[in-house]
Design a protein around this ligand. Sequence first.
Ligand code: FAD
Length: 279
Amino acid sequence: MLSLEVFPPKPGYPIDSVFETLDGLADLSPGFFSVTYSPRGDNGCRTEEIACRIRRDYGQESLAHLTCLCHGRNEIEAILDRLSVCGVENVLALRGDPPENSHVTGSDFRYAFQLIREVKKKGCFCVGAAAYPEGHVESPSIHQDIDRVKQKVDAGADFLITQMFFDNRVFFDFLHRARWRGIEVPVIPGIMPVLNFRQIKRIIYLCGVSIPARLLRILEKHGGNSGDLQKAGMEYAVQQITGLLSQGVPGVHLYTMNRVDETRRIVAACGIESMESSA
Ligand code: FAD
């Protein structure tokens, strides 16, 4: 199964552009579209609106991301009620990140597992959680990190989606550790195509993801030419996805970055369309 992640346009930018993205991707009929969440500005409401319209206007499954760091319990309740009313049945329950150099106040939740418990209490949502094949950037150790993932599953998470990784061995090592730790829920690998040098540098910096030598060579060779980098980055993503599928991974979550052409080319090159239609 393929799932696709989109994000709401930044506050102040028209929301319509994300619907152009969805228009361009809807016929790929992914297992679900996920919509990222930011509590800042009006972006939380945008996540709700987009997730609801994916259900209503596109007739597709949607997964609304929800972060707890800046919200009280009543706000979370209200968001969940609105999502439920418009038929959104899936929530990715996350902690979120505090804004840079600021202290978070007004939250009743400190960690994602507390939010997961809260969402599960509603009784009407399938709940996903985040997992980090190389460990969360704040985690003191890989061992403690897997315990935190287990804590989220014990709190009710029905499935996990991973942070990006650029070496499939990292994913399979994580999967092995997770199964060994008694985590039995589906783990969906998250794949981010490298399409932009500055963007990928920032993400690596923020998320602490490692770069294998083969990708580093691509970045060094094509970093100065955006067209060549995009082509090589897409090829790299295709190889990662086909490698995962050939080793029996049942699904892949693609971080589309709202890019229609690149997403379609990657999906077509992986043969996922034909795989879906023959299923
Ligand atoms: P948690 O599971 O709460 O973990 C956060 C940190 O706290 C970890 O270091 C963990 O080890 C530690 N921890 C957890 N429990 C305990 C405990 N009991 N005691 C001590 N320490 C503990 N961010 C957004 O803002 N919006 C999004 O839409 C979004 N989507 C994402 C989608 C995916 C697939 C992924 C992988 C990440 C996403 N993020 C998003 C980023 C996420 O919010 C950050 O990575 C955040 O820093 C951690 O979120 P979490 O839900 O994993 O938190």
